[in-house]
Design a protein. Structure first.
Length: 397
């Protein structure tokens, strides 16, 4: 089996999402996606990675990961954009391997460690992260969870519980960081940021877990102040209250609070995670499979976390293929505790791209049953007038 072509696909409504497809000479097509710096990722895929991958056996995944990483990242100091491109390519190769053997990817990772994985709803709306999306939300409406988390958090919590979801992630302090510089927060803003927690707890008690997202907006002094203030509401975790590049700051935050600290979707490769783990800086390890290095690298990070006795949670606020990649990893990892999903994505625009996404039942995601990653790109996506498709083919290099 040989790789004969590699596509990248970008769609106007989702400017930060880039889809990658790998074609083989026996007709199999592996698909994945990743997020952010789409033009740069497209350039790396076609100008750098395609020259190496075309003509190769797609099933030699470990070999290809090491070659792409050593030649184009470790040697030249590249990190974010290059790793996201390699991550998407890697997940697409796993998709091909699963299809070629007729089994879901989790079977190739050792089989099911559990029959389902618990999930939480990240409270972004349908356009969160897309063209026209807003960090403040688009107003009241179906699945407008970003608006609801600030304006009707108790209603949102009740709605999620009625669907069987028992955990939700919110970020009520972000607006104050974005209005300032993240180096201070007033007493009034602190009280206002606590309001969603208070209203949720008053409405539903502890029937729902609340995760606090910080998006790396705060300095350590202010992060500690927020952490202390929110403790009485017993959040499930504090996520990225400071930027993950400062492992000592994460460790300082962890030492200052009784709330578990999770880190971090912002880290990539086992080498960065090793620093976090050796410093004992986090209580829970978060991994995004199409940011951190693909399925190949993410399973190593998950195992590394297990060796330190730590649970892992898989991140996704990207696309349908990244979500499924995380599900396969979480289902096969003994130390996985959560797979994130955005219900507004799964029940909204994901359906424009794939015929089926994850199955969420009573707060858990069930194992995919189709071979490979578990879904395909709808053929009509390539015919959309807003689709920007670029292809590198064997023989054109």
């Amino acid at each position: 089996m040989k790789i004969t072509a590699i596509d990248t696909i970008q769609l106007e409504p989702y400017p930060y999402l880039i889809i990658v497809r790998i074609h083989t000479d026996d007709g199999l097509i592996g698909v994945s996606d990743t997020f952010y710096t789409g033009d740069a990722i497209r350039g790396f895929v076609h100008e750098t990675a395609a020259g190496y991958l075309l003509g190769k056996d797609p099933r030699q995944i470990e070999r290809h990961w090491e070659a792409l990483y050593a030649r184009n990242v470790a040697r030249w100091g590249g990190v974010g954009m290059e790793l996201r491109a390699i991550s998407a390519l890697d997940a697409a190769l796993w998709d091909i391997l699963g299809q070629s053997l007729g089994v879901p990817i989790y079977q190739l990772l050792g089989g099911l460690a559990r029959d389902r994985i618990r999930t939480y709803n990240t409270c972004g709306g349908p356009l969160y992260g897309g063209r026209g999306g807003s960090r403040a939300g688009e107003g009241k409406g179906p699945l407008e969870d970003l608006w609801a988390q600030l304006n009707e958090p108790e209603v949102l919590a009740e709605e999620l519980l009625a669907e069987g979801l028992t955990a939700m992630k919110i970020w009520p302090f972000d607006r104050f960081a974005l209005a300032g510089d993240g180096r201070s927060i007033s007493a009034a803003d602190l009280r206002e940021g606590l309001e969603p927690f208070r209203r949720i707890r008053e409405a539903v008690g502890d029937r729902i877990e609340i995760m606090l997202e910080g998006h790396g907006y705060w300095d350590i002094t202010t992060a500690k102040k927020i952490a202390a203030a929110v403790e009485e509401y017993e959040p499930a975790w504090l996520e990225d209250m400071v930027l993950a590049h400062d492992v000592d700051a994460i460790a300082e935050l962890k030492a200052s609070t009784s709330t578990p600290v999770i880190a971090s979707e912002m880290l990539i490769t086992r080498y960065q995670y090793r620093q976090l783990l050796e410093r004992r800086a986090a209580d829970i390890v978060m991994v995004d499979p199409t940011w951190a290095g693909g399925i190949t690298e993410s399973r190593k990070i998950v195992t590394l976390a297990e060796s330190f006795g730590l649970p892992v949670a898989m991140h996704d606020c990207t696309g349908p293929f990244t979500l499924l990649a995380g599900v396969h990893l979480a289902l096969s990892a003994p130390n996985a505790v959560y797979q994130e999903h955005v219900r507004a994505y799964v029940r909204g625009w994901f359906g424009d791209l794939v015929p089926e996404s994850v199955r969420v039942v009573d707060g858990f995601i069930l194992p995919p049953t189709a071979p490979g990653i578990g879904t395909q790109l709808r053929p009509e996506v390539l015919e959309r007038p807003d689709a920007r498709v670029q292809t590198s083919r064997l023989g054109d290099q």
